[in-house]
Write a protein that binds this ligand. Structure first.
Ligand code: URA
Ligand code: SF4
Length: 210
């Protein structure tokens, strides 16, 4: 459970709003909206594409075959789902698992943005090209996957979607290798953050002298 913020917003509130949301046409075909789940203070946040069949049935992200592979990759770097936060760019399942449309992603972004703001992760990992496009609008995932970049005071790492390895087994090794870099990337992002905090407090100390 996350503490309620001073402005009264909370992850639970976002989830409640998502479950009732009718802001885009995906609300009509959903069984359950999938707000996302995990550690409210996660340092690593994963953003996938949208719920599939099993996610729509259960109201939970990444619980089907792609989810099993994501779990496997997490445990390959010593992480469990409870350590991270997992959500999607659209919270309701697109019919027949079609790609989410730009207007749907746009409508749903208000929820994702609040989640990112409240969790405040040091590292955001995008899974697949639709969530990549939020941070890297004109890039090709085949070219930039696995390469961290600083965006707005955070590190963002675009990864291939775990389902890609299910369709093309030759991608599995690439996905595992990209994933294996995450602990180091996280460590560097955290070191950088605490460096910035120290700088901030030094500046405060200096200001106090005047
Ligand atoms: N694929 C996604 O992008 N998200 C899920 O939650 C499940 C499968
Ligand atoms: Fe609302 Fe997002 Fe679901 Fe569309 S996908 S109905 S914007 S929660």
């Amino acid at each position: 459970m996350s503490a309620e913020r001073r402005d009264g917003d909370s992850l639970e509130k976002v989830a409640e709003e998502v479950r009732k949301c009718t802001l885009c046409p995906l609300c009509k075909s959903r069984t359950h909206a999938v707000p996302g789940e995990g550690n409210p203070r996660a340092k690593l946040m994963f953003i996938g594409e949208g719920p599939g069949y099993h996610e729509d049935r259960q109201g939970r992200p990444f619980v089907g075959a792609a989810g099993s592979f994501l779990n496997e990759m997490l445990s390959s770097v010593g992480l469990e789902r409870e350590d991270v936060f997992i959500t999607n760019v659209v919270k309701c399942r697109p019919p027949q698992n079609r790609d989410p449309q730009p207007a749907e992603i746009q409508a749903c972004s208000r929820y994702l943005e609040r989640q990112v703001q409240m969790i405040d992760p040091a590292v955001i990992v995008t899974l697949g090209r639709h969530s990549m496009a939020k941070y890297f609008p004109n890039e090709r995932i085949s070219k930039i996957h696995g390469q961290p970049r600083r965006i707005g005071g955070r590190t963002v790492v675009p990864l291939l979607h775990p389902a890609a390895a299910l369709h093309k087994p030759e991608l599995k090794q690439t996905e595992l290798e990209d994933f294996a870099r995450l602990p180091k990337i996280l460590e560097e992002a955290l070191a950088r953050q605490s460096g910035e905090d120290d700088e901030g407090s030094q500046e405060m100390d200096q200001l106090k002298l005047f």
